[in-house]
Design a protein around this ligand. Sequence first.
Ligand code: ATP
Ligand code: MG
Length: 394
Amino acid sequence: MRVLLFTGKGGVGKTTAAAATAAAAAARGSKTLVLSTDPAHSLADALGVALTAAPTEVDTGLYAMQVDAQAAFERTWREVQSYLLGLLERAGVDALQAEELTVLPGADEVLALLEVSRQVTTGPWDLVVVDCAPTGETLRLLALPEALTWYVERVFPAQRRALRAVRPLLSRVSGPVVPREDVFDAVERLHRELLQVREVLTAATTSVRLVLTPEAVVVAEARRTLTSLALYGYRVDALLANRVFPPSAEPFLAGWVAAQAEQLALVRADAGGLPVLELPYQPGEPVGLPALTELGAALYAGEELAGHPVEPVPLLGVARTTDGFELSLALPLARISDVCLTRSGDELAVTVAGHRRLLSLPSALRRCTVTGAVLRGGRLLVRFEPDPALWMRT
Ligand SMILES: Nc1ncnc2c1ncn2[C@@H]1O[C@H](COP(=O)(O)OP(=O)(O)OP(=O)(O)O)[C@@H](O)[C@H]1O
Ligand SMILES: [Mg+2]
Protein backbone atom coordinates (compact mmCIF):
# COMPACT_ATOMS: atom_id res chain seq x y z
CA MET A 1 0.00 0.00 0.00
CA ARG A 2 1.41 3.30 -1.10
CA VAL A 3 0.11 6.74 -0.05
CA LEU A 4 0.87 9.92 -2.00
CA LEU A 5 -0.02 13.34 -0.62
CA PHE A 6 -0.18 16.31 -2.98
CA THR A 7 0.31 19.78 -1.62
CA GLY A 8 1.42 23.22 -2.82
CA LYS A 9 0.32 26.84 -3.02
CA GLY A 10 -3.28 27.66 -3.92
CA GLY A 11 -4.14 27.13 -7.58
CA VAL A 12 -0.83 25.58 -8.70
CA GLY A 13 -2.51 22.36 -9.86
CA LYS A 14 -2.65 20.05 -6.82
CA THR A 15 -6.05 18.58 -7.67
CA THR A 16 -5.09 18.15 -11.33
CA ALA A 17 -1.75 16.52 -10.49
CA ALA A 18 -3.31 14.21 -7.87
CA ALA A 19 -6.07 13.10 -10.25
CA ALA A 20 -3.60 12.66 -13.14
CA THR A 21 -1.28 10.59 -10.92
CA ALA A 22 -4.17 8.40 -9.77
CA ALA A 23 -5.31 7.92 -13.38
CA ALA A 24 -1.77 7.01 -14.48
CA ALA A 25 -1.39 4.51 -11.63
CA ALA A 26 -4.77 2.88 -12.38
CA ALA A 27 -3.83 2.65 -16.06
CA ARG A 28 -0.68 0.76 -14.97
CA GLY A 29 -2.80 -1.73 -13.04
CA SER A 30 -2.79 -0.38 -9.48
CA LYS A 31 -6.08 -0.42 -7.61
CA THR A 32 -6.16 3.28 -6.80
CA LEU A 33 -8.28 5.56 -4.63
CA VAL A 34 -8.09 9.33 -5.02
CA LEU A 35 -9.68 11.62 -2.44
CA SER A 36 -9.47 15.24 -1.44
CA THR A 37 -9.22 16.90 1.98
CA ASP A 38 -10.62 20.03 0.33
CA PRO A 39 -14.27 20.61 1.26
CA ALA A 40 -14.82 22.24 -2.16
CA HIS A 41 -15.89 19.75 -4.78
CA SER A 42 -12.91 20.40 -7.04
CA LEU A 43 -11.86 16.75 -7.39
CA ALA A 44 -15.30 15.88 -8.79
CA ASP A 45 -15.01 18.91 -11.11
CA ALA A 46 -11.54 17.89 -12.29
CA LEU A 47 -12.62 14.30 -12.93
CA GLY A 48 -15.85 15.50 -14.49
CA VAL A 49 -17.93 13.00 -12.47
CA ALA A 50 -20.23 13.22 -9.48
CA LEU A 51 -18.72 11.74 -6.29
CA THR A 52 -20.20 10.54 -3.02
CA ALA A 53 -18.88 9.82 0.48
CA ALA A 54 -18.19 6.21 -0.57
CA PRO A 55 -15.51 5.20 -3.11
CA THR A 56 -16.98 5.11 -6.64
CA GLU A 57 -15.21 3.37 -9.53
CA VAL A 58 -14.81 6.10 -12.13
CA ASP A 59 -12.61 4.07 -14.48
CA THR A 60 -11.09 0.59 -14.46
CA GLY A 61 -9.22 0.31 -11.15
CA LEU A 62 -9.66 4.03 -10.42
CA TYR A 63 -11.88 4.97 -7.48
CA ALA A 64 -12.66 8.42 -6.15
CA MET A 65 -14.57 9.74 -3.17
CA GLN A 66 -15.65 12.96 -1.53
CA VAL A 67 -15.25 13.14 2.25
CA ASP A 68 -18.31 14.40 4.07
CA ALA A 69 -16.42 16.37 6.72
CA GLN A 70 -19.51 17.99 8.21
CA ALA A 71 -21.10 14.66 9.06
CA ALA A 72 -17.81 13.39 10.46
CA PHE A 73 -17.42 16.53 12.57
CA GLU A 74 -20.85 16.08 14.10
CA ARG A 75 -19.91 12.53 14.99
CA THR A 76 -16.50 13.16 16.54
CA TRP A 77 -15.90 16.59 17.97
CA ARG A 78 -19.09 18.50 18.67
CA GLU A 79 -19.77 16.97 22.11
CA VAL A 80 -16.17 17.47 23.14
CA GLN A 81 -16.18 21.10 22.05
CA SER A 82 -19.36 22.04 23.86
CA TYR A 83 -18.11 20.39 27.02
CA LEU A 84 -14.77 22.22 26.85
CA LEU A 85 -16.50 25.54 26.20
CA GLY A 86 -18.63 25.15 29.30
CA LEU A 87 -15.66 24.17 31.40
CA LEU A 88 -13.43 27.01 30.27
CA GLU A 89 -16.15 29.60 30.73
CA ARG A 90 -16.78 28.40 34.27
CA ALA A 91 -13.06 28.61 34.93
CA GLY A 92 -13.32 32.30 34.07
CA VAL A 93 -11.74 32.09 30.62
CA ASP A 94 -13.03 34.82 28.35
CA ALA A 95 -15.73 33.44 26.03
CA LEU A 96 -13.91 34.45 22.87
CA GLN A 97 -10.67 32.90 24.08
CA ALA A 98 -12.51 29.75 25.09
CA GLU A 99 -13.93 29.50 21.60
CA GLU A 100 -10.42 29.87 20.16
CA LEU A 101 -9.05 27.20 22.46
CA THR A 102 -11.71 24.64 21.67
CA VAL A 103 -11.80 25.04 17.92
CA LEU A 104 -10.25 22.01 16.34
CA PRO A 105 -7.82 23.65 13.90
CA GLY A 106 -8.42 22.67 10.31
CA ALA A 107 -11.30 20.43 11.41
CA ASP A 108 -12.49 19.63 7.90
CA GLU A 109 -9.08 18.43 6.89
CA VAL A 110 -8.40 16.56 10.09
CA LEU A 111 -11.63 14.67 9.58
CA ALA A 112 -10.77 14.06 5.95
CA LEU A 113 -7.45 12.63 7.07
CA LEU A 114 -9.25 10.33 9.49
CA GLU A 115 -11.04 9.00 6.42
CA VAL A 116 -7.71 8.65 4.60
CA SER A 117 -6.31 6.61 7.45
CA ARG A 118 -9.45 4.48 7.57
CA GLN A 119 -9.15 3.78 3.84
CA VAL A 120 -5.43 3.05 4.14
CA THR A 121 -5.86 0.63 7.02
CA THR A 122 -9.02 -1.14 5.90
CA GLY A 123 -9.38 -0.51 2.15
CA PRO A 124 -8.42 -2.85 -0.70
CA TRP A 125 -6.07 -0.27 -2.32
CA ASP A 126 -2.59 -0.55 -3.80
CA LEU A 127 -2.35 3.23 -3.87
CA VAL A 128 -4.19 6.06 -2.10
CA VAL A 129 -3.70 9.52 -3.60
CA VAL A 130 -4.65 12.48 -1.40
CA ASP A 131 -5.29 15.95 -2.78
CA CYS A 132 -4.42 18.12 0.25
CA ALA A 133 -5.33 21.72 0.98
CA PRO A 134 -2.95 24.60 0.15
CA THR A 135 0.35 24.88 1.91
CA GLY A 136 -0.25 26.71 5.17
CA GLU A 137 -3.32 24.85 6.26
CA THR A 138 -1.94 21.49 5.32
CA LEU A 139 1.17 22.07 7.35
CA ARG A 140 -0.75 23.06 10.44
CA LEU A 141 -2.95 20.11 9.99
CA LEU A 142 -0.10 17.71 9.42
CA ALA A 143 1.51 18.87 12.63
CA LEU A 144 -1.74 18.61 14.50
CA PRO A 145 -1.57 15.02 15.73
CA GLU A 146 1.50 16.05 17.72
CA ALA A 147 -0.31 19.06 19.12
CA LEU A 148 -3.30 16.93 20.06
CA THR A 149 -1.14 14.30 21.63
CA TRP A 150 0.34 17.00 23.82
CA TYR A 151 -3.10 18.33 24.61
CA VAL A 152 -4.71 15.04 25.39
CA GLU A 153 -1.77 13.60 27.28
CA ARG A 154 -1.12 16.60 29.49
CA VAL A 155 -4.45 18.28 29.93
CA PHE A 156 -6.93 15.47 29.99
CA PRO A 157 -5.48 12.96 32.44
CA ALA A 158 -4.89 15.72 35.00
CA GLN A 159 -8.33 17.11 34.44
CA ARG A 160 -9.87 13.71 34.61
CA ARG A 161 -8.24 12.93 37.96
CA ALA A 162 -9.15 16.33 39.37
CA LEU A 163 -12.71 16.06 38.18
CA ARG A 164 -13.13 12.58 39.57
CA ALA A 165 -12.05 13.89 42.96
CA VAL A 166 -14.46 16.80 42.99
CA ARG A 167 -17.32 15.10 41.22
CA PRO A 168 -19.45 14.63 44.37
CA LEU A 169 -19.18 18.34 45.17
CA LEU A 170 -19.71 19.55 41.67
CA SER A 171 -22.78 17.44 41.16
CA ARG A 172 -24.55 19.72 43.65
CA VAL A 173 -23.61 22.81 41.63
CA SER A 174 -26.04 23.65 38.86
CA GLY A 175 -25.04 22.70 35.35
CA PRO A 176 -22.93 19.89 33.93
CA VAL A 177 -19.36 20.74 34.95
CA VAL A 178 -18.36 17.13 35.19
CA PRO A 179 -18.19 15.69 31.72
CA ARG A 180 -20.03 12.53 31.03
CA GLU A 181 -17.83 9.53 30.38
CA ASP A 182 -18.76 9.70 26.70
CA VAL A 183 -16.89 12.99 26.36
CA PHE A 184 -13.71 11.35 27.59
CA ASP A 185 -14.39 8.37 25.42
CA ALA A 186 -14.81 10.65 22.41
CA VAL A 187 -11.56 12.47 23.17
CA GLU A 188 -9.68 9.26 23.68
CA ARG A 189 -11.09 7.79 20.50
CA LEU A 190 -10.14 10.90 18.57
CA HIS A 191 -6.69 10.80 20.10
CA ARG A 192 -6.20 7.18 19.06
CA GLU A 193 -7.46 7.89 15.57
CA LEU A 194 -5.18 10.91 15.21
CA LEU A 195 -2.20 8.85 16.27
CA GLN A 196 -3.15 6.42 13.56
CA VAL A 197 -3.38 9.28 11.04
CA ARG A 198 0.10 10.35 12.01
CA GLU A 199 1.33 6.79 11.67
CA VAL A 200 -0.14 6.60 8.18
CA LEU A 201 1.25 9.99 7.18
CA THR A 202 4.78 9.29 8.39
CA ALA A 203 4.97 5.64 7.29
CA ALA A 204 7.86 4.69 5.02
CA THR A 205 5.33 3.94 2.26
CA THR A 206 3.85 7.46 2.40
CA SER A 207 5.37 10.40 0.62
CA VAL A 208 4.54 13.97 -0.27
CA ARG A 209 4.68 15.48 -3.76
CA LEU A 210 5.00 19.22 -3.75
CA VAL A 211 3.37 20.93 -6.71
CA LEU A 212 4.68 24.32 -7.82
CA THR A 213 4.69 26.53 -10.86
CA PRO A 214 8.09 27.87 -11.97
CA GLU A 215 7.49 31.44 -10.79
CA ALA A 216 9.60 33.28 -8.21
CA VAL A 217 6.77 33.82 -5.71
CA VAL A 218 5.53 30.24 -5.89
CA VAL A 219 9.06 28.83 -5.67
CA ALA A 220 9.76 30.96 -2.59
CA GLU A 221 6.71 29.49 -0.88
CA ALA A 222 7.61 25.99 -2.05
CA ARG A 223 11.00 26.39 -0.33
CA ARG A 224 9.32 27.22 2.97
CA THR A 225 6.83 24.39 2.62
CA LEU A 226 9.47 21.84 1.79
CA THR A 227 11.58 22.89 4.73
CA SER A 228 8.77 22.73 7.22
CA LEU A 229 7.65 19.35 5.85
CA ALA A 230 11.19 18.09 6.43
CA LEU A 231 11.21 19.61 9.91
CA TYR A 232 8.02 17.78 10.79
CA GLY A 233 9.45 14.53 9.48
CA TYR A 234 7.52 14.11 6.24
CA ARG A 235 9.17 12.45 3.27
CA VAL A 236 8.97 14.40 0.04
CA ASP A 237 9.74 12.18 -2.95
CA ALA A 238 9.30 14.57 -5.88
CA LEU A 239 8.61 18.13 -6.92
CA LEU A 240 6.10 18.66 -9.71
CA ALA A 241 6.62 21.79 -11.75
CA ASN A 242 3.28 22.49 -13.40
CA ARG A 243 2.28 24.81 -16.24
CA VAL A 244 5.68 24.73 -17.92
CA PHE A 245 5.50 26.65 -21.21
CA PRO A 246 6.72 24.92 -24.39
CA PRO A 247 9.63 26.62 -26.22
CA SER A 248 8.43 29.49 -28.40
CA ALA A 249 9.84 32.09 -30.80
CA GLU A 250 7.00 34.45 -30.01
CA PRO A 251 8.43 37.26 -27.77
CA PHE A 252 5.71 37.22 -25.08
CA LEU A 253 5.94 33.46 -24.59
CA ALA A 254 9.72 33.42 -25.03
CA GLY A 255 9.96 35.82 -22.06
CA TRP A 256 7.96 33.41 -19.92
CA VAL A 257 9.94 30.41 -21.12
CA ALA A 258 13.22 32.12 -20.12
CA ALA A 259 11.87 33.20 -16.71
CA GLN A 260 10.53 29.70 -16.01
CA ALA A 261 13.81 28.09 -17.08
CA GLU A 262 15.65 30.30 -14.61
CA GLN A 263 13.35 29.29 -11.73
CA LEU A 264 13.51 25.61 -12.70
CA ALA A 265 17.32 25.77 -12.69
CA LEU A 266 17.28 27.29 -9.18
CA VAL A 267 14.86 24.63 -7.92
CA ARG A 268 16.96 21.82 -9.42
CA ALA A 269 20.16 23.24 -7.96
CA ASP A 270 18.76 23.29 -4.42
CA ALA A 271 16.52 20.22 -4.54
CA GLY A 272 19.09 18.00 -2.85
CA GLY A 273 18.64 15.18 -5.35
CA LEU A 274 14.82 15.20 -5.36
CA PRO A 275 13.38 14.51 -8.81
CA VAL A 276 11.75 17.58 -10.40
CA LEU A 277 9.05 16.43 -12.82
CA GLU A 278 7.60 18.81 -15.37
CA LEU A 279 3.99 19.10 -16.43
CA PRO A 280 3.56 21.10 -19.63
CA TYR A 281 1.05 23.93 -19.88
CA GLN A 282 -1.92 22.43 -21.71
CA PRO A 283 -3.75 24.31 -24.44
CA GLY A 284 -6.95 23.96 -22.39
CA GLU A 285 -8.08 22.99 -18.89
CA PRO A 286 -7.18 19.33 -18.31
CA VAL A 287 -10.62 18.33 -17.09
CA GLY A 288 -12.19 14.88 -17.41
CA LEU A 289 -10.68 11.40 -17.32
CA PRO A 290 -9.20 11.22 -20.85
CA ALA A 291 -7.31 14.52 -20.41
CA LEU A 292 -6.10 13.57 -16.92
CA THR A 293 -5.00 10.09 -18.00
CA GLU A 294 -3.02 11.62 -20.85
CA LEU A 295 -1.45 14.18 -18.51
CA GLY A 296 -0.53 11.46 -16.01
CA ALA A 297 1.06 9.35 -18.73
CA ALA A 298 3.16 12.33 -19.89
CA LEU A 299 4.13 13.26 -16.33
CA TYR A 300 5.40 9.82 -15.41
CA ALA A 301 6.71 8.75 -18.84
CA GLY A 302 9.53 6.33 -18.11
CA GLU A 303 9.32 7.03 -14.36
CA GLU A 304 8.59 4.50 -11.66
CA LEU A 305 6.88 7.18 -9.65
CA ALA A 306 3.19 6.49 -10.09
CA GLY A 307 2.88 3.96 -7.34
CA HIS A 308 6.19 2.50 -6.31
CA PRO A 309 7.91 2.89 -2.97
CA VAL A 310 10.79 5.32 -2.92
CA GLU A 311 13.97 5.22 -0.94
CA PRO A 312 13.62 8.33 1.17
CA VAL A 313 16.59 10.53 1.95
CA PRO A 314 17.52 9.98 5.63
CA LEU A 315 16.04 12.87 7.56
CA LEU A 316 18.54 12.99 10.36
CA GLY A 317 22.01 11.59 10.72
CA VAL A 318 25.10 11.90 12.89
CA ALA A 319 28.59 11.21 11.57
CA ARG A 320 31.98 11.28 13.22
CA THR A 321 34.47 13.86 11.92
CA THR A 322 38.14 14.40 12.68
CA ASP A 323 37.27 17.10 15.24
CA GLY A 324 34.05 15.71 16.68
CA PHE A 325 30.66 15.03 15.13
CA GLU A 326 28.44 16.34 12.37
CA LEU A 327 24.68 16.27 12.71
CA SER A 328 22.84 16.48 9.41
CA LEU A 329 19.20 17.28 8.80
CA ALA A 330 17.50 17.07 5.38
CA LEU A 331 16.27 20.58 4.50
CA PRO A 332 15.84 20.64 0.73
CA LEU A 333 15.50 24.10 -0.85
CA ALA A 334 16.15 25.87 2.49
CA ARG A 335 18.16 29.10 2.61
CA ILE A 336 20.76 29.59 5.33
CA SER A 337 19.42 33.10 6.02
CA ASP A 338 16.08 31.52 7.03
CA VAL A 339 17.69 29.03 9.44
CA CYS A 340 18.18 29.76 13.13
CA LEU A 341 19.82 27.35 15.57
CA THR A 342 19.51 27.60 19.34
CA ARG A 343 21.12 25.21 21.81
CA SER A 344 19.19 24.70 24.99
CA GLY A 345 20.78 22.06 27.22
CA ASP A 346 20.19 18.67 25.67
CA GLU A 347 18.13 20.00 22.80
CA LEU A 348 18.87 21.80 19.59
CA ALA A 349 16.06 24.04 18.36
CA VAL A 350 16.04 24.41 14.59
CA THR A 351 13.84 27.23 13.33
CA VAL A 352 13.33 27.58 9.59
CA ALA A 353 11.13 30.32 8.20
CA GLY A 354 9.03 30.44 11.36
CA HIS A 355 8.75 26.66 11.86
CA ARG A 356 10.50 25.25 14.89
CA ARG A 357 11.56 21.74 15.74
CA LEU A 358 13.30 20.53 18.86
CA LEU A 359 15.88 17.82 18.30
CA SER A 360 16.93 15.81 21.34
CA LEU A 361 20.65 15.41 21.08
CA PRO A 362 22.23 11.97 21.45
CA SER A 363 24.41 11.71 24.55
CA ALA A 364 27.71 12.09 22.70
CA LEU A 365 26.53 15.40 21.24
CA ARG A 366 25.22 16.68 24.56
CA ARG A 367 28.79 16.91 25.76
CA CYS A 368 29.88 18.92 22.75
CA THR A 369 29.61 22.53 21.75
CA VAL A 370 28.22 23.65 18.41
CA THR A 371 31.05 25.16 16.40
CA GLY A 372 29.31 25.98 13.13
CA ALA A 373 26.62 25.12 10.61
CA VAL A 374 26.32 25.12 6.82
CA LEU A 375 23.69 24.19 4.25
CA ARG A 376 25.04 21.87 1.59
CA GLY A 377 23.28 19.64 -0.95
CA GLY A 378 19.86 20.18 0.62
CA ARG A 379 21.10 19.29 4.12
CA LEU A 380 21.85 21.35 7.18
CA LEU A 381 25.19 20.24 8.61
CA VAL A 382 25.87 21.21 12.22
CA ARG A 383 29.40 20.74 13.56
CA PHE A 384 29.89 19.64 17.17
CA GLU A 385 33.21 19.56 19.01
CA PRO A 386 33.77 17.88 22.38
CA ASP A 387 33.75 20.30 25.28
CA PRO A 388 36.53 19.10 27.62
CA ALA A 389 34.74 20.50 30.67
CA LEU A 390 31.65 18.43 29.91
CA TRP A 391 33.55 15.24 29.09
CA MET A 392 35.34 15.54 32.45
CA ARG A 393 32.12 15.53 34.42
CA THR A 394 31.21 11.89 33.93
N1 ATP B 1 -0.80 21.92 -16.84
C1 ATP B 1 -1.94 22.63 -16.90
N2 ATP B 1 -2.29 23.24 -18.07
C2 ATP B 1 -3.43 23.95 -18.15
N3 ATP B 1 -4.28 24.13 -17.15
C3 ATP B 1 -4.01 23.55 -15.98
C4 ATP B 1 -2.81 22.78 -15.78
N4 ATP B 1 -2.81 22.34 -14.50
C5 ATP B 1 -3.92 22.80 -13.91
N5 ATP B 1 -4.66 23.53 -14.79
C6 ATP B 1 -5.92 24.21 -14.52
O1 ATP B 1 -5.68 25.21 -13.54
C7 ATP B 1 -6.76 25.31 -12.63
C8 ATP B 1 -6.27 25.08 -11.21
O2 ATP B 1 -5.81 23.75 -11.09
P1 ATP B 1 -6.15 22.86 -9.81
O3 ATP B 1 -7.57 22.97 -9.45
O4 ATP B 1 -5.59 21.50 -10.07
O5 ATP B 1 -5.25 23.63 -8.75
P2 ATP B 1 -5.21 23.42 -7.16
O6 ATP B 1 -3.80 23.62 -6.76
O7 ATP B 1 -5.87 22.15 -6.81
O8 ATP B 1 -6.10 24.64 -6.69
P3 ATP B 1 -6.70 24.90 -5.20
O9 ATP B 1 -5.54 25.44 -4.40
O10 ATP B 1 -7.76 25.91 -5.44
O11 ATP B 1 -7.21 23.59 -4.70
C9 ATP B 1 -7.78 24.29 -13.08
O12 ATP B 1 -8.71 24.94 -13.89
C10 ATP B 1 -6.97 23.30 -13.90
O13 ATP B 1 -7.75 22.66 -14.88
MG1 MG C 1 -7.52 21.81 -5.51
